[in-house]
Design a protein around this ligand. Structure first.
Ligand code: ADP
Ligand code: MG
Length: 262
């Protein structure tokens, strides 16, 4: 898993140890469902190459936050700065943005009637209008990295949950995104398959991919995250490096959250 990112512009991902360039700048983000305020003024900067792990109790707004970053929810306040633009402004081309900000969900969203390679190539060919040979080469390279090249003609129903999730990750990567969002991608997997999926994400982290990861795998969060962002009731309660968060959380709510898991 040394070079999982067989992408078109790996140079962009090299030398990210400084992590100074802000890729995403979320300011005062507010999301309401009717009267109910689910995100209550989220401020978060994501630097290029940074791995942010979002933790928090069920229902605190983690999925909603990621969905806002992908244009899957309208927002009622604040801004999302990306590539010099505010994505919350009218006229944002979310189809374009989703090529730059890839997302993988808890439930594998593979098309059941398409085999693995067709699932992966759909975006690169139909949306990005790329050359088929070039896209296929990249897709096969990515499949090889996740150990699934031999399954390229399989249909989703023939794959295990862990395999489907690795394919879903490859499919998102094949669009050459700047940022990857992961929303509890191992939550519905049997325990023996969790690791193979987490290893793929860890490989991406090692390659310098910018990521925002929602997970309940605490060991993974601690080892892969550059920063832990702890959310409760729609607000960021605490932001800290993993070591500090897991050993000396500052807030009582984070402490309580960790007590449940440890
Ligand atoms: P988490 O991912 O942290 O478990 P969510 O972001 O899914 O939390 O949900 C945050 C809150 O928003 C929850 O109370 C949830 O019930 C509510 N919520 C999520 N989606 C909707 C929706 N489409 N309509 C109404 N309420 C929603
Ligand atoms: Mg969720």
């Amino acid at each position: 898993m040394a070079n999982i990112l067989n992408i078109a512009n790996p140079a962009e991902l090299a030398g990210t140890d400084t992590k100074t360039e802000t890729l995403l700048e979320i300011k005062g983000l507010v999301k309401q469902f009717g009267e109910r305020r689910v995100l209550d003024g989220i401020d978060l900067q994501v630097k290029r190459g940074e791995v942010i792990v979002v933790l928090g109790p069920s229902g605190c707004g983690k999925s909603t936050l990621l969905r806002c970053l992908n244009g899957l929810e309208s927002v009622q306040g604040g801004s999302i700065g990306y590539a010099g633009k505010d994505l919350t402004a009218a006229g944002t081309d979310w189809r374009e943005v989703r090529q730059r900000i890839g997302m993988v969900f808890q439930s594998y969203e593979l098309f059941p009637h398409m085999n693995v390679i067709d699932n992966i190539l759909l975006g690169p060919l139909k949306v990005q209008k790329r050359d088929k040979r070039e896209a296929l080469l990249q897709a096969e390279g990515l499949l090889e990295r996740v150990g699934l090249l031999d399954r390229k003609h399989a249909y989703p129903r023939e794959l295990s949950g862990g395999q489907k999730q690795r394919i879903a990750i490859v499919r998102a990567l094949c669009m050459n995104p700047d940022i990857m969002l992961f929303d509890e991608v191992t939550a519905s997997l049997d325990p023996e398959m969790v690791r193979e999926v987490l290893d793929v994400i860890r490989g991406l982290a090692n390659q310098g991919m910018t990521m925002v990861i929602v997970t309940h795998e605490m060991g993974f969060a601690r080892s892969v995250g550059d920063r832990i962002v702890f959310i409760d009731r729609g607000r960021i309660v605490e932001t800290a490096p993993p070591e500090r968060f897991f050993t000396k959380p500052e807030s009582e709510r984070a402490q309580h959250f960790l007590d449940i898991f440890q």
